[in-house]
Ligand binder design. Structure first.
Ligand code: FAD
Length: 471
């Protein structure tokens, strides 16, 4: 019975639930639908799309080692997915389709349409739970509702964790060669509407690279994670987010590796390793939020009363933020890191997102989209979760009156001003203390821009805007 596995953002042969289940049932063919126009509608930019396509190329090699042919089709939008898949299933006589579930609304609609089409055609379909330990709906509060606060979610996650949830699946053994050839590798050329992606060597794609990075992180940095994670000048975090976002690495592989370095524990033991494991639970929390609250996929705030917030129209301010010209060094350095690396340190994602949504009082959705267009790890659930946290419109969000002061954040988290000096070399000649917020004279001398808002006044404006909402 020929099994068809539809890969999406799970680009690996190791510990892949859909692939392993299919391989247990019969010979396998693999499919990938390249849907660049749809991805662009979701604001994915050149960096992420290029990484995605390089990930598919790497997957093709691994599948080929298992004698599994990868068939690739181009579609414009998700609406075309059912026909494209059915055509392939009929052409090759597949009797079953497998895929790993995805949770944002459009992806769920796409998958439901595929399930209906296959059902009507009499071909079996199985959606597997792979990206998360618990399928959304499996972890509920005492009232039977989805969690909307992280800490109780994480407690329940640990409490109910039976071993099977994080068990790695067996990698399939090479199968007998089929008479079906893989499609020739399609060109990875991006459409004209895309910017030029970053140099591919910055983020090599594929499961091998992901596995190596995980091993290096745990060996050299994992135990220091809790102490170093908040300092963007240090390589204190794993930088695995692009690999997790496209499934070149599974969360189970990460958590199993933590347990094997930590006497089998995730919640107790080494403080660095357990803090890191906790971040992977944040990732799962936001995936559950995306699945349980489809309104957030419709560009709506999680907290309905914040819908009426009077966001400012300020194109000049928005452009200054995008281009790293706000006059607040930590914000500007961070925005340059984003544009030049396709990645930004978590502390700085919080600082820059708060600056846009509070100091500039610009609609967080503009920032969310800008991040997506540049991030190589762009992931709807985590990005939306992070933005709504910063804008105080989300689940478990920062209370609106706790507004980061970007200068104090710089003093605390870049105490030697090294990160600032790296991304804003014009400030490097200044004494460390002055890099956090140069004086007017220093700005004149170095050519660094004046602040576009005054911290105190901007803070008060944001407080007033939030206070005037009736909750
Ligand atoms: P590590 O600190 O090594 O953490 C390990 C993994 O845990 C990460 O790779 C990631 O998968 C997960 N993780 C860590 N922190 C979070 C978090 N706060 N929420 C959810 N998952 C987390 N993460 C994305 O993967 N894609 C995004 O598009 C994204 N956008 C964000 C936007 C904003 C405004 C904010 C505040 C956060 C965003 N994050 C996003 C979460 C976080 O910033 C990144 O996952 C992290 O910086 C990636 O670096 P790392 O792999 O070195 O993380």
């Amino acid at each position: 019975d020929l099994q068809m596995v539809w890969f999406r953002s799970d680009l690996r042969t190791l510990d892949n639930r859909a692939l392993s289940a299919a391989a247990e049932r019969g010979p396998v063919i693999a499919v990938f639908l390249t849907s660049i126009p749809q991805w662009q509608r979701h604001d994915h930019g050149a960096n992420k799309i290029d990484f995605w396509l390089r990930g598919v190329a790497a997957l093709r090699e691994h599948l080929s080692g298992l004698n599994i042919p990868l068939l690739q089709r181009r579609i414009e939008t998700y609406d075309e997915a059912p026909d494209a898949l059915l055509k392939l299933a009929h052409q090759h006589g597949a009797t079953a389709l497998h895929f790993n579930r995805e949770y944002p609304l459009n992806e769920r609609r796409r998958d439901a349409a595929v399930e209906r089409a296959f059902h009507d055609a009499g071909i079996a379909v199985t959606g597997h739970t792979d990206a998360v330990a618990y399928a959304p709906g499996e972890l509920l509060t005492g009232k039977g509702e989805p969690y909307s606060v992280f800490t109780p979610f994480a407690k329940a996650w640990h409490r109910q964790l039976e071993g099977h949830r994080l068990a790695l699946t067996h990698a399939p053994a090479p199968q007998t060669r089929l008479a079906i050839e893989a499609d020739p590798a399609p060109s990875r050329e991006l459409p004209d509407a895309c910017d030029t992606p970053l140099d591919a060597s910055r983020w090599p794609a594929g499961q091998e690279e992901a596995g190596d990075r995980l091993e290096r992180f745990l060996r050299f940095r994992g135990r220091h994670y809790r102490r170093q994670r908040d300092f963007p000048a240090l390589p204190g975090t794993s930088e695995l987010s692009p690999y997790l976002a496209l499934g070149m690495l599974s969360h189970r592989q990460c958590l199993q590796a933590v347990m094997s370095d930590n006497d089998g524990h995730l919640a107790d033991g080494d403080a660095g390793l357990t803090a890191w494991a906790n971040e992977l639970i944040w990732r799962e929390f936001y995936l559950h939020i995306a699945a349980s609250f489809p309104d957030i996929s419709r560009h709506r705030p999680f907290q309905p009363h914040t819908r009426d917030l009077a966001w400012r129209d300020d194109d000049a301010g928005f452009r200054a933020w995008c281009e790293g010209r706000t006059g607040y060094p930590l914000v500007d350095a961070a925005m340059r890191q984003l544009v030049q690396c396709g990645w930004m340190h978590n502390r700085l994602r919080m600082v820059t997102a708060m600056f846009l949504s509070k100091h500039l009082l610009i609609d967080w959705r503009r920032g969310e989209a800008f991040f997506m267009r540049h991030l190589v790890d762009g992931d709807f659930a985590s990005n939306n979760g992070g933005w709504q946290w910063a804008a105080s419109t989300g689940t478990d969000a920062a209370p609106y009156f706790r507004i980061f002061n970007p200068t104090t954040q710089a003093e605390r988290f870049d105490p030697e001003g090294r990160f600032i000096a790296h991304w804003l070399p014009e400030l490097a000649p200044l004494a460390v203390k002055s890099r956090f917020f140069p004086s007017e004279a220093q700005r004149r001398d170095t050519g660094y821009t004046l602040p576009i808002v005054d911290h105190k006044a901007a803070r008060q404006r944001a407080l007033d805007a939030f206070k005037s909402l009736s909750s």
